[in-house]
Every structure is written in C-alpha cells, then in structure tokens.
Design a protein around this ligand. Sequence first.
Ligand code: GLU
Length: 280
Amino acid sequence: MALSKTYRGRLAPSPTGHLHLGHARTFWLAAERARAVGGTLLLRNDDLDAIRFRLDFVAAMLEELRWLGFTWEEPIIAQSQRLPLYRAALARLHAAGAIFPCTRTRRDVLDAIGAPHEGGDNDEPIYPPQFRPALDAPLPPLTDTLAVNWRFRVPDGETLTFQDQALGPQTATAGRDFGDFLVWRKDGVPSYQLACTVDDADLRITEVVRGADLVKSTFRQLLLFRALGAPAPEFYHAPLMLDDAGVRLAKRHDALSLRALREQGVTPAQIIETFRHAPA
Ligand code: GLU
C-alpha cells in the first residue's frame, strides 16, 4: 500500500445487533490500515434497515467502538439522513436505462430457480432472466413515492475482476455468479448495494475494508460505480473469524459479543492483542 495522506477509509457498522469479535477485528484492520498511512477514518452508520434497526443498538454500537479505542472523524454519517442522495443516484440509473421495476416476490424468485438459497444477509439469489422486461421495453417513470422494487440489469456474461488487497485477484461473471440485484426497495429505501456505493463514492473513500462475506457484493457495487460514473475504491476483504467449531461468527454468537466479553472483565487491550496475533 502506498504511503498517502489521502487515504480515506470507513467503519460501516449496521445497528442491528450487538457487535461481536468478528466485527471488531474487521474494524481494527480498517483503523490500522488508515493509521499506518496517516489517513482519515470515517464512521458510517448503516441504519437504513428499518425492520431490524433499533436506536438502542446505535448507542450500544458507538459505545462499544469507543470502548475498544476506535476514533473517527466527526460527524458520523447516518445513511437514514442521506435519502436525497440515494434518490438522485436512482434517477441517474433510471435515466441511463440501467434498472427495471420488479414486482416479483422473493418467493417467486426462489420458486423459479427451484433451489434453496443460502446466501448471507447482503446476498441475493440469481434473478431469473425470464422475469426481466425486454431490453427495449419502455421504462415506467420513477414515481414520487418510489414504492416499487427496482433492480439493476447486470451485463450477462461479462467477467469482472478486481485486485483485493487482502485476498488477491478476484473474478466473477455477471448473470452466472450473481444476477439482477435490488437497488431500491418498495418500502422507499435504497438497497445496501446502492446506498453503500453512493456513500463510498460521495465520501471519496479510497479503500473499503470489510468482511470477506461481501466479496460478491463488491462485484455488484463495481457495476454501480461504473453506471454512476464514479471511480471505484480499492477493496480489502478481511477473512472472517470462526468460532471454535469453525462456524462463522454472527450476531447470534452472544458469548462473543463485545458486551458479553466486557461484562466478563475482558479489557480492550486484551481483545486488540488477540487481533494482532490472528491471521488476517
Ligand atoms: N453495514 C454493512 C455490514 O455491516 C457494511 C458493509 C460494508 O462495509 O460495505 O455488512
């Protein structure tokens, strides 16, 4: 990594549960990479998920991050305050004919592909191509309420690549490894993919450090950066932490939540020390 004062990274926690050791390690890596080059670190609160979002989780999340010793440039960026920016990006994608409205349910999609889907939170089953409107079908206008699901039409068969700063070269083919993905949800909010891309572009993030579960999302986001005419940042996907049984840590691993560790008397210094020795 080149030494640079212009490095801009971000921590982007979702306030949907208590943070666990895996999140903390990814954030620590992000903070270390920014610190090593004298760069800037922002904190983005990914609080668009109205169903799981809880105010007390926001407070707990910030408190836990501060307890661990993280610092960031103020002000904190809250996605829920940035809807006009996401709407403008949606309008741009619409004007470019890059998206289409989708009335299919998740059930329709799963029935059509005839297979159970085991992706993570931010992953989606491959959208059946037969559900797409024809390329030359006129696009309905964006309504004021935006109470429609909109999907990005991926360039079928195009192979995308990027050089991951942690994992090395990454490759995926649109339409085969991932399909047309949601950019806007009919409950009036952007998808994670759109909000994240718009923010990383708008905040001029130079390197995204996040968990390796999001590698596939990165390909979707690369398509969005391109469609929005914004340069893509570098990516560093941190290998996921596993529990003793080899299962990926998740918010349900309460015993490894920062709150539980703290209650047991574990100190921030002890936690950070384990990160220094864990393979990254
Ligand atoms: N809030 C997202 C998550 O926790 C952020 C992912 C990202 O860093 O892009 O999964």
